[in-house]
Design a protein around this ligand. Sequence first.
Ligand SMILES: Cc1cc2nc3c(=O)[nH]c(=O)nc-3n(C[C@H](O)[C@H](O)[C@H](O)COP(=O)(O)OP(=O)(O)OC[C@H]3O[C@@H](n4cnc5c(N)ncnc54)[C@H](O)[C@@H]3O)c2cc1C
Length: 311
Amino acid sequence: MLRRILLAASDSARMRRLVTTAPVARGVVARYVAGDEAADAVTVAGRLRAAGLLISLDHLGEDTRDARQAEAATGEYTALLARLATAGLTAGGAAEVSVKPTAVGLGLADHGEKTATENISRICAAASAAGTTVTVDMEDHSHVDATLRIVRGLRAEFPGLGCVIQSQLRRSADDCAALAAPGSRVRLCKGAYNAPQDVAFTSRAEVDRSYVRCLLALMRGDGYPMLATHDPRLIEIGAAQAYLTGRGPGDFEYQMLYGIRPAEQRRLAGGGARMRVYLPYGSDWYGYLVRRLAERPANLAFFARSLATRS
Ligand SMILES: Cc1cc2nc3c(=O)[nH]c(=O)nc-3n(C[C@H](O)[C@H](O)[C@H](O)COP(=O)(O)OP(=O)(O)OC[C@H]3O[C@@H](n4cnc5c(N)ncnc54)[C@H](O)[C@@H]3O)c2cc1C
């Protein structure tokens, strides 16, 4: 219930104003976000890389309703990729980027899908020139078909383009089976958006069971699974399935969010696993922060405590 309320708040303009103007919000945000500027993101990415971690950088921003803003977001990514290459972070795909389709135009009233496709294609070209890859994030359930169409269409030219499947959606095990083809990079997560019961599982247990079905389809297939979760049980099941399907440490990866379970991130990397940290940066952090609070009531208590003690 609390999760649904918080996720609804992630769309509220009033809540956005209230939270983003609270002086203490900055301190909480710093725990999950690299900073406002690309330079901050490159610095933190360098630190993570030095600790043996892989990185996927995300320029915060979503739901763009303006073509110029979509263009600006695309430019931000191409410039970021050039900076990462100069810093020596893109070699072998060590640092890649994650892109939200609605940040680069999917939600535009006119030609949204075409605009997003063109913009993601430009980001893929910049990533390819920098020696790395792109993963297209998955957003609200209403965008799944368009997002998968975009990825399928661009994979002919950019075979390393990755996509995301959310286990909370009822369709996802079938999507995973269809996507588990040679060279196909698929990030599996639980899903961070509200979705109605006819398309989504609503209990945690069902979402977790679906995660396992999806994980099995990806591990038994011929693609490259990217297991995005902080859930210790699912991480163990992932490791066991990798062993049972004969996958070595280079044949799949774990992914976690910056600031969440950092000791576990380092433990997995220290044991020889490929461990990628999703690293957001930028000033438009409100929606991202509220989704993180929705996932974990303890984070909400932490945020409320910071508000109470500093204001
Ligand atoms: C790399 C990455 C990329 C993502 N991309 C997308 C995307 O494109 N689209 C999308 O909808 N969602 C995305 N997500 C978010 C995802 O869908 C989940 O909302 C989020 O990962 C929380 O789910 P969880 O699997 O960690 O499990 P949860 O059910 O939130 O947590 C399970 C368990 O993990 C442990 N845990 C969780 N958080 C903490 C913490 N802060 N400290 C200690 N232990 C903790 C606890 O044991 C907890 O019981 C992404 C997540 C990751 C990691």
